[in-house]
Design a protein. Structure first.
Length: 208
């Protein structure tokens, strides 16, 4: 998993509330398990017309937000069905951080497991960041996970909270498998002892 330490970039404003995972990545794009290539289908129904042409009024189709690294979103972002493809699509597009007042629990958890940082802020802080984002490409946000800060373009700083374990995992690029592999010496030692005591557990199918 890609590490998350600091991030400075354009923030795209999305004032919609209750954005569900079927809008983040519609169900027809869930057929594969390859994380690459999903970015082009992010918010598909909002970004494209039925003929495949872009809708010019959608925020990510506007020139100043085409390379957005942060999404400032309305309340209850990521609600709806559980699908890990949602953070995959955000990350593949280039968005590594989503800021909102609230997130659906499953989406929130999936973000941390896939290198995307979801940040909860107070309503008044979200409004300030939303106004920053609406200024376009000249108003970048700078996010520092170690310090747990969001630096605004006017020099103001917003502090956010994050679970220490999840913070450690993101800073070190550790997904669930990576966390398990930190214990590899202990696992190898256990398996070595077990192989000697219960060798039949390690015999292949059909072995005598």
């Amino acid at each position: 998993m890609q590490k998350f330490t600091t991030l400075t970039g354009v923030a795209a404003p999305m004032r919609r509330i209750n954005v569900d995972t079927d809008q983040i990545i519609p169900k027809q794009f869930l057929k594969g398990i390859d994380r690459k290539g999903l970015g082009k289908s992010l918010f598909n129904d909002w970004r494209y017309n039925p003929d495949g042409s872009e809708k010019p009024d959608f925020v990510l189709n506007q020139p100043q937000y085409r390379k957005a690294r942060v999404l400032v979103a309305g309340d209850n972002f990521g609600c709806g069905s559980s699908r890990e493809h949602a953070p995959w699509a955000l990350s593949d597009f280039g968005i590594r951080c989503v800021i909102s007042t609230s997130f659906a629990d499953i989406f929130f958890n999936n973000c941390f497991k896939n290198g995307v940082l979801p940040i909860r802020v107070a309503p008044e802080e979200l409004e300030a960041l939303m106004q920053d984002a609406e200024k376009g490409a000249n108003a970048a946000l700078a996010i520092d996970l170690e310090k747990q800060t969001i630096a605004r373009p006017d020099g103001g700083v917003i502090h956010f909270q994050v679970d220490p374990f999840r913070k450690h995992s993101l800073l070190n690029g550790l997904d669930d498998i990576g966390q398990t592999m930190q214990h590899k010496p202990k696992i190898d030692n256990f398996e070595g002892k077990q192989r000697g005591q219960q060798p039949w557990l390690y015999r292949g199918p059909g072995a005598a």
